[in-house]
Ligand binder design. Structure first.
Ligand SMILES: Nc1nc2c(c(=O)[nH]1)N[C@H]1C(S)=C(S)[C@@H](COP(=O)(O)OP(=O)(O)OC[C@H]3O[C@@H](n4cnc5c(=O)[nH]c(N)nc54)[C@H](O)[C@@H]3O)O[C@H]1N2
Ligand SMILES: Nc1nc2c(c(=O)[nH]1)N[C@H]1C(S)=C(S)[C@@H](COP(=O)(O)OP(=O)(O)OC[C@H]3O[C@@H](n4cnc5c(=O)[nH]c(N)nc54)[C@H](O)[C@@H]3O)O[C@H]1N2
Ligand code: SF4
Ligand SMILES: [Mo]
Length: 765
């Protein structure tokens, strides 16, 4: 820890450390002042190479999170329906016996694993999550990906070859940004890692650039935009296809020489787009034909432009198709892989887009197995989160896959609030025989757990965002050691995951997590030396292992060091003096900037053809479904969409007083015309009913939403018995996912439709 400690005060015991915020994708640098082991201040790190001092209101609350009396410090075991605190040894024994019992009675296929969003930002979970899920030995894998970005990844995998070859807007250099279904003024951006996203947008506008926001709501981002297009929910793929239609029809399609030489499927895409004229789609999309046409022209004619789609495009019935068409528009307007357009990051710690033979790869396929009850295809090793409840509840079903799910492991997930038809999932979890949760709270989901194993607080852990730096708008690397020490006896998060893995392998309760650590690093080193494309190909694995383990380095740090040193900027274990390594990052507590994005075609491609699949057969085959949806969308009446608020973070930061105080945020936004039609009044209550559920929400009448659309944020509904969230339960709100339908999925990715849910509204007294 001493390596990044700088004393900024003459007061004894006061020191300043730097830590990247792990709460969202922006990854802002924090400057943390400590007196002894107490945090006295957190503010933005002005010297951070990426965030330059920016933070949002959540960043400084890592202190409140650390000090929250409801945050679990010791494991909880459920006895007689009540969670009681126990010592770690006792908890591990209960876990060991529970696992052994389940495997004995029902086999491994009866155990499901659900990984939630914070695990994507956790160095521990990104390095040991896979160790755990492999050890469980089940096909029953679920995660928040299928209520989030999976469609974007599937589209990238078909078009470019890997699920992480997702082009990101070159925010700092573009002249024109069109955002569909994203609200970075609230979310700080997603699949586009850019601390101070709003500041970057303002800089673009200051240099004469244009911002267009396509959103059924006039979001904060739309307020700031030059133009707001209030699209009908679920219609983005049609809107984008119409842009493609105009680009071809008006002779604007010009990918540029370099990209054109790599493109397959241009003619097929042109043919597919023929029927989707602006006039044909306008009634369904809710944007007039002239505007659609003008948008296509503006995108093609801007010096540089980039289209960016996020949650409002992915969590819809055409999530994958919309994501593909985002790429298609960027390609046809000549903006793919060029400065100011949509570019690919070059992750410093490497990743699927930097490994293996460059320019070609294996075919991406889904459907290696199907879920037992609804026969949903596997996607990237997972079944849809929306299918978890039925896999628990339905006793007997035909189809592939062995038994019914009888046990569950959750890691950093709160699916009872975050996944569709959560009323049903709540019932299902109560029906499990055994459940282990790795989580910091006793909340809506973990109240069902037989055992809760709490990791240390965010401030007691080191950080490097292995996943999200793969989607950054600059090539940046930022490692932070843990600012605070562990509590006595508290295992680190990776140790919890590693030990769980060992127990699933049949080890006893006193197993040493370092056994799993040694196995995991051994296998990573072995892979590296046998990969012909790795800079350490052919080297002696023992020598590399010894180098990595110098000074007792182990766990995630040792793995990260390997990834950095064999990554695209790495030192190659001596081959490239001065190249990236963990030691180098430790010398740079404010992060290291490896420069602006640079063109990566054709090297980034991993498609079997080595080409960009602009009309991949799987994607092309979805187009008839899109055409069929037009009439239905045009006739759509009342639908529900979500939204995010800057001071909230999915379902789990509502126990922080400073974030939730003030005006209640869990309100149902209703257009004034709809309020009149339904007899709803501002501040009154509306009963909202969908196919699967009913809730009563406080009405907020506002013209910042399209007529025929209502909006409720997700992640609320903290009034469930058995949870321990004192602050959150006082401002419980209602759970919007009681209304979202577990049967409504994007069939190409298994991702839930969370936006555009048909609902009816009735005023209640
Ligand atoms: N209707 C609707 N539903 C949505 C969305 C929407 O837009 N609309 N958005 C979806 C999206 S994008 C996402 S990502 C999902 C999120 O869905 P989930 O990931 O299932 O839920 P979260 O609310 O992020 O809950 C995170 C859990 O992790 C715990 N936790 C926090 N930090 C840590 C940690 O460091 N370690 C561990 N082990 N646990 C930790 C918290 O206590 C909490 O239980 O929700 C989805 N649900
Ligand atoms: N403050 C805060 N920040 C967060 C989070 C949080 O909960 N709070 N969550 C984090 C996570 S896990 C994620 S994945 C990201 C998500 O980041 P974003 O994608 O930016 O998420 P939202 O802010 O929900 O913005 C989605 C927008 O889509 C609009 N929308 C709804 N339906 C449609 C539609 O059919 N078409 C179009 N075009 N728009 C539609 C909504 O009105 C909303 O304005 O945010 C991350 N950052
Ligand atoms: S924007 Fe995200 S990363 Fe930055 S301070 Fe806020 S929560 Fe943390
Ligand atoms: Mo998310």
């Amino acid at each position: 820890m001493s390596e990044t400690t700088s004393s900024t005060s003459t007061e004894p015991d006061v020191r300043t450390v730097f830590r990247t915020c792990p709460l969202c994708e922006a990854g802002c640098g924090l400057e943390i002042t400590l007196k002894g082991d107490r945090v006295t201040r957190i503010r933005g790190d002005r010297d951070d190479v990426f965030s330059h001092g920016f933070i949002c209101p959540k960043g400084s609350t890592l202190r409140q999170l650390h000090e929250d009396p409801d945050r679990l410090r010791k494991p909880l075991v459920k006895r007689g329906g009540v969670h009681v605190e126990v010592e770690w040894d006792e908890a591990w024994q209960v876990v060991r016996d529970g696992i052994a019992g389940i495997i004995d009675r029902h086999g491994r296929e009866s155990i499901a694993v659900y990984q939630g969003n914070p695990s994507a930002h956790s160095l521990s979970a990104m390095t040991f999550g896979r160790t755990l899920s492999q050890a469980v030995g089940t096909r029953q894998h679920y995660s928040a990906s299928t209520v989030d970005q999976m469609p974007r990844q599937v589209a990238a995998a078909y078009v470019f070859g890997t699920a992480v070859s997702v082009p990101v807007p070159d925010l700092d250099r573009t002249d024109y940004l069109m955002i569909l279904g994203g609200n970075p003024y609230a979310s700080n951006g997603s699949l586009c890692t850019a601390p101070d996203f709003p500041g970057r947008i303002e800089a673009m506008r200051a240099r004469g650039g244009k911002l267009v926001v396509v959103d059924p709501r006039r979001s904060r981002t739309a307020e700031e935009a030059d133009e707001w297009l209030p699209i009908r929910p679920g219609a983005d793929a049609l809107f984008l296809m119409a842009l493609v239609n105009v680009l071809f029809a008006d002779g604007l399609a010009d990918p540029g020489e370099r990209v054109a030489a790599l493109l397959d499927g241009v003619e097929e895409l042109r043919e597919l787009s023929v029927e989707f004229t602006p006039a044909a789609v306008a009634p369904a999309v809710g944007i007039d034909a002239a505007t659609i046409r003008r948008m296509a022209h503006e995108l093609a004619e801007a010096p540089t432009a980039t289209v960016y789609g996020r949650i409002g495009t992915t969590t819809t019935e055409f999530g994958t198709t919309a994501s593909w068409l985002v790429d298609a528009v960027n390609i046809l307007t000549g903006n793919l892989d060029r400065i100011g357009g949509a570019m690919f990051a070059m992750p410093v710690a490497g990743g699927a887009s930097t490994r293996g033979p460059s320019g070609t790869g294996k075919e991406f396929r889904i459907g290696r197995g199907h879920s037992r009850v609804s026969h949903r295809p596997e996607v990237m090793g997972e079944y849809p989160a929306a299918a978890l409840a039925e896999e628990i509840l339905v006793a007997d079903a035909g189809g592939e896959g062995a038994g019914r799910v009888r046990a569950l492991v959750t890691v950093a997930g709160n699916p009872v609030l975050s996944t569709p038809n959560s009323g049903q999932l709540d019932i299902a979890l109560a029906d499990l025989e055994f459940m282990v949760s790795v989580d910091i709270y006793l909340n809506e989901t973990t109240r069902h757990a037989s055992v809760i194993l709490p990791p240390p607080s965010q401030l007691q852990r080191s950080h490097y965002d292995l996943l999200l730096l793969q989607f950054a708008v600059r090539n940046v690397a930022n490692y932070s050691p843990a600012p605070l020490p562990l509590d006595p006896g508290q295992p680190d998060e990776w140790e919890i995951l590693a030990k769980l893995a060992l127990l699933f392998h049949g080890a006893e309760a006193d197993a040493d997590p370092s056994t799993a650590d040694e196995m995991a690093i051994g296998s990573l080193v072995h892979h590296a030396v046998s990969d012909p494309s790795s800079p350490v190909h052919g080297r002696d694995p023992d020598e590399l292992l010894a180098t990595l383990s110098a000074n007792g380095r182990h766990g995630p740090e040792r793995m990260l060091d390997l990834m950095l040193r064999t990554g695209p900027f790495g030192d190659g274990f001596g081959a490239v003096p001065g190249g990236a390594s963990l030691d180098l990052l430790l010398e740079h507590p404010h992060g290291m900037d490896f420069g602006a994005l640079e063109p990566r075609l054709p090297e980034i491609l991993r498609t079997p053809s080595g080409r960009i699949e602009l009309a991949h057969p799987v994607l092309a085959a979805d187009v008839p479904r899109l055409a069929e949806a037009m009439d239905r969308l045009a006739g759509q009446t009342m639908v529900l969409v979500g939204r995010r608020h800057l001071r909230s973070n999915n379902s789990w930061m509502h126990n922080i007083e400073v974030l939730v105080k003030g005006t209640p945020r869990c309100t149902l936004q209703v257009h004034p015309d709809d309020a009149v039609d339904h007899g709803l009044v501002h501040g009154g209550y509306a009963a909202v009913t969908s196919r699967v559920g009913r809730i009563e929400a406080v009405v907020e009448v506002t013209d910042a939403i399209r007529p025929g659309v209502v909006s409720l944020p997700h992640g609320w509904g903290h009034s469930m018995p058995g949870a321990r969230l004192r602050v959150a339960s006082e401002r419980a709100g209602v759970n919007s996912n009681v209304l979202t339908d577990h049967e409504a999925l994007d069939p190409l990715s298994g991702t839930s439709v969370l936006n555009g849910i048909p609902v009816t509204l009735v005023a209640v007294g």
